[in-house]
Write a protein that binds this ligand. Structure first.
Ligand code: NAD
Length: 481
């Protein structure tokens, strides 16, 4: 059975205590590899390596850093099929999605930051004949990067690439639920010729290895993507050490469908927004508000398509809906569906586990589930489920839809379907949401700052914002007369 290894100081290593965790394939329920159960000792070794490497890496010409990131990007591209298969087995996501979306986006992240770092600039302010003020941006130090399981390599690379491009060295921890692509990445870092200690990958539990990264005084900044509760703990722990923090957290994203929309497009886009990756994308819509005059029409078309979505073996290229990532998460989603029933929700389709056969008999599969007749303020419509479960709610007035959409503690993403240009701008401005998609979903230029409002996070990643996050600003004022 494959043993996934830590990547510390340029070497692949077993955990110091030789303790291991099982890695389960969620489509079969079977253990298929072992993960290091790393502890504070491993994090200490990784931080020491990163601290030593920082002295050289932080002053390495940006062109050399860029070349390495571009080489890594090209290597992932060359190994795309291997990465996609690993991600699909780890996560349960359809292999087609991993091949067409997740892995190509990781390739783009390394490419984007490898080139973006070449084009940074800084500001200068001249005080006529008296002085010149300018801002230096210098790499902030050792960065801690912690990522979740839903888009394993994509979100891992989303943090690591800008950190390395900015001249930071990194101690990173992928999710213990989906560690395989980060392991494959460490092998490629060796092949690409990364100097030792520049990137260190420590595998293991959040509460052990992850917590040790957050608590380590030598790690100057934390870039975290995951749940709001974990983010809260990270904030509390890191604040007394004045660490720089970027937190990308949970969501309960609304979709707003107005009667003046292109109905067929709104139905098919909302379906993608609700159920892509089994609803396990932080940007998935989970509450769809529909103008009353088209409610029945939208609901009937949406439910017909959702009911026809076939759940299948993630390794089959035809499969569009795969397995839920883990047994724990599968049970959580089923308990959320049960709560929706108790709250008076009517299940229009799905709502049950799917019994599969053959190798997939022990896997965790749930049919896309659509629910109606729930008030906007019940628990089902307020708490994040993070699975293939969506509720439909009618509204009469624009203001009412906005108020219901904004009624949760989250503010990550929203979709809006209308052909009325004035309404599109007006409603987008009023939604509590880090990103609003009008007549589309999941489109984004990598230069656009990304992040959530309210309890969906703090700080912005993406584009130059991410490069700036990984640097410290120093202002110099030089007297010239
Ligand atoms: P999680 O918070 O349980 O875990 C995320 C990562 O943090 C994992 O690597 C985990 O091991 C680690 N971790 C857990 N406890 C820790 C601790 N005490 N200290 C340090 N690290 C710790 O989240 P998850 O279940 O892996 O991911 C799902 C969540 O992520 C959902 O809430 C989803 O909305 C959110 N998410 C947000 C975004 C975004 O961009 N806002 C993107 C993807 C996922």
């Amino acid at each position: 059975m494959t043993e996934i290894l830590n990547y510390i100081n340029g070497e692949l290593r077993k955990p110091g205590t030789d303790a291991w965790l099982d890695n389960v394939n969620p489509a079969t329920g079977k253990v298929y590899s072992q993960i290091p159960d790393s502890d504070a000792g491993d994090v200490e070794a990784a931080t020491k390596a990163a601290t030593d490497a920082f002295r050289q890496w932080s002053v390495t010409p940006v062109k050399q850093r860029s070349d390495l990131l571009l080489r890594l990007s090209a290597l992932i591209q060359q190994n795309l099929a291997k990465f996609a298969e690993a991600e699909s087995i780890d996560n349960g996501k359809p292999i087609t999605l991993a091949t067409q979306v997740d892995i190509p986006r990781a390739v783009s992240n390394f490419h984007f930051y490898g080139t973006a770092a070449l084009h940074t600039h800084t500001q200068a302010h001249a005080m006529e004949n008296t002085a010149l003020n300018y801002t230096l941006r210098q790499p902030a130090g050792v960065a801690g990067c912690i990522s979740p399981w839903n888009l394993p390599l994509y979100l891992f690379s989303w943090k690591i690439a800008p950190a390395l491009a900015a001249g930071c060295t990194v101690v990173a921890k992928p999710s213990e639920v989906t560690p395989m692509t980060a392991y494959l990445l460490s092998e490629l870092c060796i092949e690409a010729g990364f100097p030792k200690g520049v990137l260190n990958i420590v595998h293991g539990l959040g509460t052990r290895a992850g917590a040790a990264i957050v608590e380590h005084p030598g790690i100057r900044l934390i870039s975290f993507t995951g749940g709001t509760k974990t983010g809260e703990w990270i904030s509390r722990t890191a604040a007394p050490m004045f660490k720089k923090l970027s937190l990308e957290l949970g969501g309960k994203n609304p979709g707003l469908v107005f009667a003046d929309c292109d109905l067929d497009h709104a139905v098919s886009s909302s379906l993608k927004a609700a159920f892509s990756n089994q609803g396990e994308i932080c940007l998935c819509s989970s509450r769809i508000f529909i103008e009353k005059t088209i409610y029945d029409k939208f609901r009937d078309a949406f439910v017909k398509k959702a009911a026809a979505m076939k759940v299948g073996d993630p390794m089959n290229p035809e499969t569009k809906t795969g397995a839920i990532v883990s047994k724990t998460h599968y049970e959580k989603i089923l308990s959320c569906i049960e709560l929706a029933r108790q709250e008076g929700g009517q299940i229009l389709c799905g709502g049950e586990p799917v019994k599969m056969s053959g190798d997939n008999a022990g896997g965790y599969f749930i049919q896309p589930t659509v629910i109606e007749h729930l008030p906007h303020d019940c628990r089902t419509n307020q708490e994040e489920i993070f699975g293939p479960v969506v509720t439909l709610l009618p509204f009469e007035k624009e203001e009412e839809a906005i108020a219901m959409a904004n009624s949760t503690r989250y503010g990550l993403a929203a979709t809006l379907f209308t052909t009325n240009l004035n309404r599109a701008h007006r409603v987008a401005a009023k939604l509590d949401s880090g990103i609003v998609w009008v007549n589309c979903w999941l489109l984004r230029d990598l230069r656009t700052p990304f992040g959530g409002m309210k309890q969906s996070g703090m700080g912005r990643e993406g584009g130059f914002e991410a490069l700036n996050f990984f640097t410290e600003e120093k202002n110099v004022c030089i007297k010239i007369s």
